[in-house]
Structure formats: C-alpha cells, structure tokens
Design a protein around this ligand. Structure first.
Ligand SMILES: NC(=O)c1ccc[n+]([C@@H]2O[C@H](COP(=O)([O-])OP(=O)(O)OC[C@H]3O[C@@H](n4cnc5c(N)ncnc54)[C@H](OP(=O)(O)O)[C@@H]3O)[C@@H](O)[C@H]2O)c1
Length: 231
C-alpha cells in the first residue's frame, strides 16, 4: 500500500483521490485554504483519506501529485519532496496564471518549471491532458479491451516506472513521450490535449462524452504536435 499526497484537491485532485482509494491506497488531501475545508471530501472518500496542509501531504506521500493552478507552483514545499517522485498535472493558461515569459517564448515547459522549483525531486508530467470528469469514467482494469492510455513525460526512468505502476493500479496504461522537455507535445491546444478523450464535436467544452484512447491514436496525435510559434 502506498500513500498518495495531493497538493491541490479540486477537479483533478478530487478525481485522483477517488481512483486512489478505490485502488486500495491512502491519500492525504490538501489545498490552499486549510484541511477543515476538505472535511466533506475526506469523509466521502472514507477511512483511507485524510486532509492536511500541503506540507503534510508532501511529507506523507510516497508519491505526490501537484495539481494546482500553475501560477501557484512556487508555493509547493521543496524540502519534504526531496528525493520523491512528483506528478505534475499543471497547464499554462495565461488568462488564469498571468504571463510567464519562459513559457511564452517556449524556452521551457510547465513541468520543467516545477522540476526547476524542486531540483531534488523527480517530476513526471501526467494527467494534464484529460478532462477531470473523464478520469473516473475511462478507468478500466488491466487487460480490459476498453482500457485507455495516458501520456507521461519525465527525466528519470525509475520515476516514470513508478508513475506507470500507479496509472496501472488506477485503471490506465502509460505511454512514455520522453523527457520533460517533450511534454509540450501534450500541452494546452495540442492535438493530444484534452479533446483527445472527448467524443464531442471539435470545440465543445466542457466535453460530455468520453472516448477510449489507445496507444496508436495517442502516438498519431502526439506526432501532429506543433510549437505555439508555428501554429
Ligand atoms: N480541470 C481539468 O479538467 C484539468 C485537466 C487536466 C489538468 N488540469 C490542470 O490541473 C491543475 C488543477 O486543475 P483543477 O481543475 O483540478 O483546479 P481546481 O479545481 O481549481 O483545483 C485547484 C486546487 O488547488 C488548490 N490550490 C490552489 N493554490 C494552492 C496552493 N498554493 N497550495 C495548495 N493547493 C492550492 C485549490 O485549493 P483552494 O480551493 O483551497 O484554493 C484546489 O484544491 C491546473 O493546472 C489545471 O490546468 C485540469
């Protein structure tokens, strides 16, 4: 059994918390407002869940997920995450996050920013390109022909293997896109971004109907990726 620390317990954090307890792991939830504001979610999740501060979630997690608005990434506690594997779900929306020059000029990527903030952690990009409402809907046990694949990227092979095992336990196959620098291939507005898992007509948001994504389709969409400067 593993403990998953969640820094951020909103749409994505909440969906991951449900999948995690269903898989038999413990979760420590956290947010910016304090553990008391997560009492209802913790109660709904049952005895495997408790709420804490981001510091406590980082300390308790064998694997920690950062799933907050990108603009807040510098508040993620550094010390308790040393040596740990950290999943980054974050996306860059300038209208929400403010402009970040090194993302605007594409000299880095969102997950590389978190990796730079957490130099002694092993960051793996995952879950950023699937609509939160679909995470539970598309999860399937290993071997199910309707199982979907999720893209991951990271600089450490062992960390990616750990994240792939976690994905497997919660209902997904993993496809390794490469190092963090390749994470732009499934960032906002790319063909392998959120619409990938939607069966709705192009442009409709939020999506209503989920569709299974297999590795061949994911690879095809990743291959269509363009840098923002070339769009
Ligand atoms: N929604 C989606 O379908 C989706 C899909 C893939 C990826 N993403 C990305 O994943 C990230 C989270 O998205 P979301 O939709 O889950 O957001 P959300 O529903 O707004 O939840 C954000 C969570 O982060 C917490 N938070 C904010 N600032 C924090 C801080 N400084 N320290 C700790 N916790 C903090 C919030 O807590 P408080 O409420 O207490 O502030 C809340 O629990 C974003 O970067 C988003 O772009 C979203």
């Amino acid at each position: 059994m593993t403990t998953i620390g969640l820094i951020g317990s909103g749409n994505i954090g909440g969906a991951l918390a449900h999948l995690t307890v269903t898989a038999g792991h413990d979760v420590v939830l956290s947010n910016s407002r304090g553990p008391e504001t997560l009492a209802d979610l913790a109660a709904e999740l049952g005895p495997r869940a408790r709420a804490g501060t981001p510091q406590e979630a980082a300390e308790a997690g064998d694997l920690v997920v950062v799933t907050i608005p990108l603009k807040a990434y510098r508040s993620v506690p550094v010390e308790p995450l040393r040596g740990k594997v950290v999943i980054d779900t974050n996306n860059y929306y300038p209208q929400r996050d403010g402009h970040i020059a090194e993302l605007d000029d594409e000299s880095t990527t969102t997950a590389e920013l978190l990796q730079a903030h957490l130099p002694d952690s092993k960051v793996v990009k995952a879950f950023n390109n699937i609509y939160a409402g679909f995470l539970g809907l598309l999860a399937r046990p290993a071997g199910d022909p309707e199982r979907s694949v999720l893209a991951i990227a990271g600089d450490d092979a062992g960390a990616k293997a750990m994240v792939a095992r976690f994905l497997d336990e919660i209902g997904y196959d993993a496809y390794d896109v490469g190092p963090l620098a390749e994470g732009w291939r499934f960032q906002r507005d790319e063909p392998a971004y959120a619409a990938l898992y939607s069966a709705d007509p192009a442009g409709s948001w939020p999506p209503q109907h989920a569709r299974r994504v297999d590795e061949a389709f994911l690879v095809e969409q990743l291959g269509r990726a363009k840098r923002y400067r070339d769009m």
